[in-house]
Design a protein around this ligand. Structure first.
Ligand SMILES: [Zn+2]
Length: 226
């Protein structure tokens, strides 16, 4: 799939971390996370909350996962937008449809108790969908659920002994054991280099999984300086 990118004239905002070529390929040399943040700001602007449409106070903008992290959301621009801190907290891991419904309930003066109940019901429904259908709450055409682990490339040295000690690894292991699947897909660039999901990759290697869910970004390339 292609990651949403602003026009190349935003290169100035990307600093030395990355650049967009004339042919529309995002080359990342430095921090991927910072790049994603800068791209999101270039796409959405940083003055208006994209949910409540109110002005965002300076330095208070937050990057919001349109598709929540808990059920598959990832750090690619297609999944992100710019909102105020309140909207970010209020939406949490609800889907957009659920969140719109909740906002309606609040607007119509529904008692807080009912709103909380609605939120809890939504979360349970979302989890049930994920577990029963073994898929993320992401658009279907984003994810290859059967990407061969051996086709994933790693930048630099991969040290599984060290990798299993990380907090992230423990989290991935716990969720996998509970759900029988990962919480989020891995992200790889157009050559198959891993961008995000080191802990999931480690888990797959350690447990002999042959295939993992992957979002492959056809217009992104990681070029780490040696
Ligand atoms: Zn807002």
């Amino acid at each position: 799939m292609f990651m949403d990118l602003p026009t190349p004239d935003c290169n100035g905002n990307l600093g030395s971390d990355a650049q967009i070529t004339d042919s529309g390929i995002l080359i990342v040399h430095g921090s991927y996370n910072r790049t994603i943040r800068n791209l999101s700001r270039a796409i959405w602007g940083d003055e208006i909350c994209q949910y409540c449409l109110k002005p965002i106070k300076k330095h208070r903008l937050t990057i919001e996962h349109i598709y929540g992290r808990e059920f598959g959301g990832v750090d690619i621009t297609n999944c992100l937008t710019i909102v105020c801190p309140k909207c970010n907290a209020d939406k949490d891991d609800l889907t957009i449809e659920q969140y719109v419904k909740l906002l309606d309930m609040i607007k119509n003066g529904e008692p807080k108790k009912n709103c909380l109940k609605f939120r809890a019901t939504c979360r349970q429904e979302n989890l049930n969908t994920v577990l029963s259908e073994k898929r993320f709450l992401l658009p279907d055409n984003w994810v290859d659920y059967n990407f061969p682990v051996k086709e994933i490339q790693i930048n630099g040295v991969f040290n599984p002994k060290e990798a299993v000690k990380t907090k992230n690894y423990k989290k991935v292991k716990r969720v996998y054991n509970q759900r029988g699947m990962f919480k989020n897909p891995l992200i790889v660039d157009r050559r198959g280099f891993l961008i995000d999901g080191t802990a999931s990759y480690t888990f797959a290697r350690k447990n002999g999984l042959l295939e993992v869910p992957v979002i492959l970004l056809d217009n992104v390339e990681i070029q780490r300086k040696k």
